[in-house]
Design a protein around this ligand. Structure first.
Ligand code: BTN
Length: 260
């Protein structure tokens, strides 16, 4: 166990199924408990996807937060602030072309380098506990064929390997800073920073896959709770969850709404 700069206490494991699952098993731990593994054998992504977690190549980390119950509407902003912190850490390490795809994916030149899996866990009668699982591709030189077109890593982008623990500590410092602002209710600062790091924030033609519907429209910023505003035929839709894909420039926008 490593005592990190407060509020994080890092619990390091050589190998785990999923750091999120390990942290769930430690759900009574104090806020800031942070589980890190060198590899995951069952790393999970959003939408029941897997997260490629080869040994020593990536940062696989989950952090426990105990937000007050009156902050529940602002919970989605925690995923956004994690993506902001990852993007800032990558930029600091010399990665060019960093972008954030709503809500929490960090991309480099259109390829995914990091994702966030946020899971709320109820712990008896108290406020829900939040697990933020963060995966960052760092030292991968290649990916399995099914990811080779869509994924990238810091090493692929810069030609340099990084010490995973150093990257982790830089990232935790940034998360601590943004989380502090979140606790103080400074949602606008988080949204402003997210918007300046993301080409998806405004004026971007996108398709958004919802559970049972696909919307085509133009992005128009985020609400104060981090939802995506999408201008579609007939008005503005507020998107709480969905998969966003950029449309090519000049793509036909005549069919703006269709079933998935
Ligand atoms: C996504 O973009 O789909 C989210 C990926 C989240 C991956 C991280 S790696 C650490 C933590 N443990 C997991 O099983 N998943 C998250």
């Amino acid at each position: 166990m490593i005592i990190h700069r407060p509020p994080f206490i890092v619990h390091h494991f050589a190998s785990l199924g999923s750091t999120n699952d390990q942290l769930k098993a430690m759900i009574a731990a104090p806020e800031g408990a942070c589980v890190v593994a060198d590899e995951q054998t069952a790393g999970r992504g959003r939408r029941a996807r897997t997260w490629h977690s080869s040994p020593g190549d990536g940062l696989y980390m989950s952090i426990l937060f105990l937000p007050r119950s009156d902050a529940s509407s602002r919970l989605p902003l925690t995923g956004l602030l994690a993506a902001v912190a990852v993007a800032e850490t990558l930029i600091e390490r010399g990665v060019a072309g960093v972008d954030i795809k709503w809500p929490n994916d960090v991309l480099v030149k259109g390829r995914k380098i990091s994702g966030v899996l946020a899971e709320a866990v109820s712990a008896g009668s108290g406020s829900p506990r939040l697990i933020l699982g963060i995966g960052v591709n760092l030292n991968h030189r290649s990916f399995p064929p099914e990811l080779s077109e869509s994924a990238t890593s810091l090493a692929i982008e810069t030609g340099e390997r990084v010490v995973v623990e150093e990257f982790r500590d830089r990232l935790l410092e940034k998360i601590a800073r943004w989380y502090e602002l979140w606790l103080r209710g400074a949602s606008a600062s988080i949204i402003d920073r997210w918007s300046r790091l993301s080409t998806y924030a405004r004026g971007q033609q996108v398709v958004v896959a919802l559970e049972d519907e696909k919307l085509t429209g133009v992005t128009d910023g985020l609400t104060e709770t981090g939802a995506l505003r999408l201008v579609v035929d007939g008005g503005v839709r507020t998107i709480l969850a969905g998969e966003v894909t950029k449309l090519r420039k000049g793509a036909d926008l005549s069919v703006r709404q269709s079933s998935a």
